[in-house]
Design a binder for this molecule. Structure first.
Ligand SMILES: NC(=O)c1ccc[n+]([C@@H]2O[C@H](COP(=O)([O-])OP(=O)(O)OC[C@H]3O[C@@H](n4cnc5c(N)ncnc54)[C@H](O)[C@@H]3O)[C@@H](O)[C@H]2O)c1
Length: 271
């Protein structure tokens, strides 16, 4: 079902790796709502070729490789996207995350700090890079919208989320700080969506993910939000119906964040 909520809008979507990715679902949903898209991912991720299927399904959207830790790549991406659209960008989805310490099985109390720098750069500082490149090039349209994805481990401890908790805390802070400056300059809004655990390549990499996702399901009055649900929420934030929402961390988690305990969990504990 489409309501043409994004008719005439032009957006860049970062992070569609495969059809489980939140970015993949969001791109499909944005296209169905009338948006024109440019898709991007790290050059190494593009080699898998999966993204070409998504591009075909989104009106032959251009696919432009860019490493989010490389400002020259990001500059070239925005230049090519604006040339393709013939004007500025209305929305950006930052759906990027990677933890080398999690990949290598390093415990939080025994992190490799070179890996940690890389994690913070890819997963958090990259939002600053994207915003700064767009800001310096004046690439965003007035009332544009930038959304990044985060997780509640930024506020509360989930031990196996490891160094990504710190990366998400930084990501959320950057969205607030840059949101102020971009709001003043051009009425561009910047928000983070704090999403339920979701079965994707990045999500499943977290230790104990199966236990994690079923605990969240039991602790959420509405159940876990799926990647498709998240895509629709992103569309609402790219639309003109949320023009005054900025610098917010928005929980999209079926009520998990404000639930102390549920009957289901109590019954489980009484067994
Ligand atoms: N899956 C979950 O449980 C969950 C929950 C809350 C938030 N998130 C967040 O959602 C976002 C998207 O993750 P996902 O779950 O869809 O997983 P995913 O693995 O499908 O997406 C992660 C993307 O990051 C990209 N990426 C990694 N390094 C990059 C680099 N250097 N340059 C450019 N792109 C790079 C990957 O290629 C991939 O496309 C991430 O920020 C993640 O932390 C996920």
């Amino acid at each position: 079902m489409s309501n043409n909520l994004l008719k005439g809008k032009k957006g860049i979507v970062f992070g569609a790796l495969n059809d489980q990715s939140i970015a993949w679902k969001t791109a499909e949903c944005c296209y169905a709502e009338g948006a024109q898209l440019v898709l991007t991912n790290a050059p190494i991720a593009l080699r898998m070729g999966e993204i070409n299927k998504l591009a075909a399904a989104c009106g032959n959207a251009p696919v432009i490789g860019a490493d989010v830790v490389n400002n020259d790549d990001l500059k070239a991406l925005f230049e090519q996207a604006m040339a393709h659209f013939g004007g500025p960008i209305d929305f950006v989805l930052h759906s990027v995350g990677m933890s080398l310490n999690i990949r290598k099985g390093k415990h939080y109390t025994d992190l490799n700090h070179d890996f940690q720098h890389k994690t913070l750069d890819i997963s958090a500082l990259s939002l600053h890079r994207v915003c700064q490149v767009a800001y310096s090039m004046d690439a965003m349209a007035e009332w544009g919208s930038i959304v990044a994805l985060t997780y509640i481990a930024a506020q509360r401890v989930f031990p196996d989320y490891n160094e990504m908790a710190d990366a998400k805390a930084l990501l959320e802070s950057i969205s607030r700080s840059f949101g102020y400056h971009y709001g003043v300059k051009k009425k561009v809004r910047i928000n983070t969506i704090s999403q339920s655990p979701t079965r994707t390549t990045a999500g499943s990499g977290v230790k104990g993910f199966d236990g994690f996702i079923s605990f969240a399901e039991k602790m959420s009055p509405l159940g876990n939000a799926s990647a498709d649900d998240c895509a629709q929420y992103c569309v609402s934030l790219f639309s003109d119906y949320t023009r005054m929402v900025t610098m917010q961390n928005l929980f999209h988690d079926g009520g998990f964040s404000f639930t102390g305990v549920t009957q289901e969990v109590i019954e489980q504990m009484e067994k």
